[in-house]
Write a protein that binds this ligand. Structure first.
Ligand code: HEM
Length: 289
């Protein structure tokens, strides 16, 4: 008798547990065969009918609803109250709506600043009421406050990442570029690099050569030379070998130390109406080294 009671209590406990279990539609959908058959019936209840299918008086037709909602199909057959009561035997839990996926976005998605500078990042979190945890990679690049204020500590490139505290597999990152300070400030003694080109404009005979000079301030390094337009080619020393036909274009000197600093001068190639000797003479008169 005692054993019987214990068994009954156990069954009741199992049944109570079964009914409190929650399953999403996705959970049900993976049990979609006659051998492994879960079904939604009564709109929001989940049943494991695997042991019942072979005993079903209505045959194997019900297998079509394994892994699905069979509520309507069950009702359409006008099952007896006996059939309805039988369902309870196979009840395993309730159907719940899957929680909406958490997502994180970050603005801005990139920031460029100088050492000592700050940038504010703002995370947007969908479907979660908890916030984000911040990380800076590499950690030497800077620090970030709980509210997303990044402070640059060293020059370099890296990322700032905000990860959902509820689900840290959901995160967003922004690219950070930290430049070393180039203007005096914060006690720094550096001065901005400037580039100037002499002469500031030039008219050159087509087919001849001409020399440009660059004046670079606050840098121990020189410049790289480039041309724009069909005016010819320029070598590492700033000597332009002009094209054979008249054209207009420009010559640019760019600081090797800071390629954002450059100077450009306009160049006009004019037609030559005398022989090749003239062209030679032009070469010597301009190329004065
Ligand atoms: C959606 C899935 C199901 C379908 C399509 C289905 C279909 C049928 C059909 C066609 C019959 C024969 C009706 C007749 O003889 O007139 C039947 C009978 C029966 N089915 Fe189902 N069935 C389903 C699920 C279930 C479930 C889940 C149970 C119980 C756990 C069940 C229990 C019975 C019983 C006991 C009968 C015998 C007649 C009665 O008592 O109503 N069926 N079913």
């Amino acid at each position: 008798m005692k054993r019987l009671l214990t068994g009954a209590l156990l069954l009741a406990a199992v049944a109570a547990h079964a009914q409190s279990a929650s399953y999403t539609l996705a959970d049900v959908q993976v049990h979609a065969t006659a051998a492994d058959c879960w079904m939604i019936l009564n709109t929001n209840k989940v049943y494991n009918l695997s042991p019942f299918i072979s005993m079903h008086p209505g045959g194997s037709g019900m297998a079509a609803y394994c892994g699905k909602d069979g509520s309507t199909a069950f009702g359409n057959v006008k099952h007896s109250s006996n059939a309805v009561a039988l369902e309870t035997t196979y009840l395993i839990g309730s159907l719940v709506t899957a929680p909406a996926a958490i997502s994180v976005t970050l603005t801005p998605t990139n920031a460029t600043l100088t050492v000592g500078g700050t940038a504010q990042f703002t995370p947007k979190i969908a479907n979660s009421s908890t916030g984000v945890a911040w990380t800076v990679s590499p950690s030497t690049l800077g620090t970030i406050s709980a509210s997303g204020m990044f402070t640059a500590l060293a020059a370099g490139q890296g990322t700032v990442t905000a990860a959902s505290m509820q689900d840290n597999t959901k995160s967003a990152s922004a690219v950070i570029t930290v430049n070393s300070t180039t203007t005096g400030g914060g006690g720094g003694s550096t001065h901005p690099i400037t580039v100037a080109v002499n002469p500031s404009a030039m008219t050159v005979n087509a087919g001849s050569r001409a020399r440009f000079r660059a004046n670079v301030s606050n840098s121990s390094q020189g410049v790289t030379w480039s041309v724009s337009g069909n005016i010819g080619t320029i070598d590492a020393r700033g000597v332009l070998t002009a094209a054979m036909t008249p054209a207009t274009g420009s010559v640019t000197a760019t600081s090797m130390e800071d390629p954002t600093k450059s100077a450009t001068v306009q160049v006009t190639l004019t037609a030559v109406n005398c022989g090749p000797e003239h062209s030679d003479r032009q070469t010597h008169s301009r190329n004065d080294d």
